[in-house]
Ligand binder design. Structure first.
Ligand code: PGA
Length: 227
């Protein structure tokens, strides 16, 4: 099975999010072979919107098989006097996954391996699966994490996606266990996705820019099932 994950980052208004749900649902439900692939677990879709739209997405997509909701971040604290935080306890009613340690969080918000270890713990305590984003060997890997997204910083949002061969080589260098779901992210597009999806070592894609339009995002999902 391949995982195709949408990371909207801090994009979209409420009405844009509603429009995305409407077009995504109609494009998906009218594509019988794609619907079948989801039912047969050949592909799983995870949508990670900004937190405020989690209830909207979770309700709006609840009828679709194998379409899951993820958060982009989670608090390192459980609950209490932490103004502005969204905790795993808040997320668990809407999301079954969360990104952890995206490079934009590491660079803009100073997230360290120590903080990320706590975030992973918080998510897992609420049965939310962390998708641990790493930039390369400089980032710690944690025991018990079942999904890792490798995103080289120079490939994010630049159009300079890393060749799939190099991604596979990096996976070896980082000693990612065989049992871990290994995802690539960084300028994945409808045009560039196939080379990754063809590699048995790469189990899915984390898609930023190309996930903002349902057409291009579903184009990538279609490639995942046509390989
Ligand atoms: P991009 O973002 O596809 O726009 O490069 C990927 C990500 O940062 O998750």
């Amino acid at each position: 099975m391949k995982y195709i994950i949408a990371n909207w980052k801090a994009n979209k208004t409420l009405s844009e999010s509603q429009d995305w749900i409407t077009s995504f649902t109609s494009l998906l439900t009218t594509d019988t072979s794609l619907m079948e692939s989801l039912t047969q677990n050949r592909v799983a879709i995870i949508i990670c919107p900004p937190d405020v739209y989690l209830p909207l997405l979770s309700t709006g997509l609840s009828n679709l098989t194998n379409v899951h909701i993820g958060a982009q971040n989670v608090s390192a604290f459980e609950k209490g006097a932490y103004t502005g935080e969204t905790t795993a306890i808040h997320l668990k009613d809407y999301a079954t996954y969360t990104l952890i340690g995206h490079s934009e969080r590491r660079s803009n918000f100073g997230e360290t391996d120590e903080v990320l270890a706590r975030k992973i713990q918080m998510a897992q305590a609420q049965s939310i699966t962390p998708i641990h984003c790493v930039r390369g060997q400089q980032d710690a890997l944690f025991e018990g994490v079942s999904m890792i997204a490798y995103e080289p910083v120079e490939a994010i949002g630049t159009g300079k996606n890393m060749p799939a061969e190099e991604v596979v080589a990096k996976k070896k260098e980082m000693n990612i266990p065989e049992t871990t779901v290994f995802i690539y992210g960084g300028s994945v597009s409808e045009q560039s996705c196939s080379e990754y999806l063809q590699k048995p070592e790469i189990h899915g894609l984390l898609v930023g820019g190309a996930s903002l339009l349902p057409e291009s995002f579903l184009g990538i999902v279609r490639s995942a099932v046509s390989i």
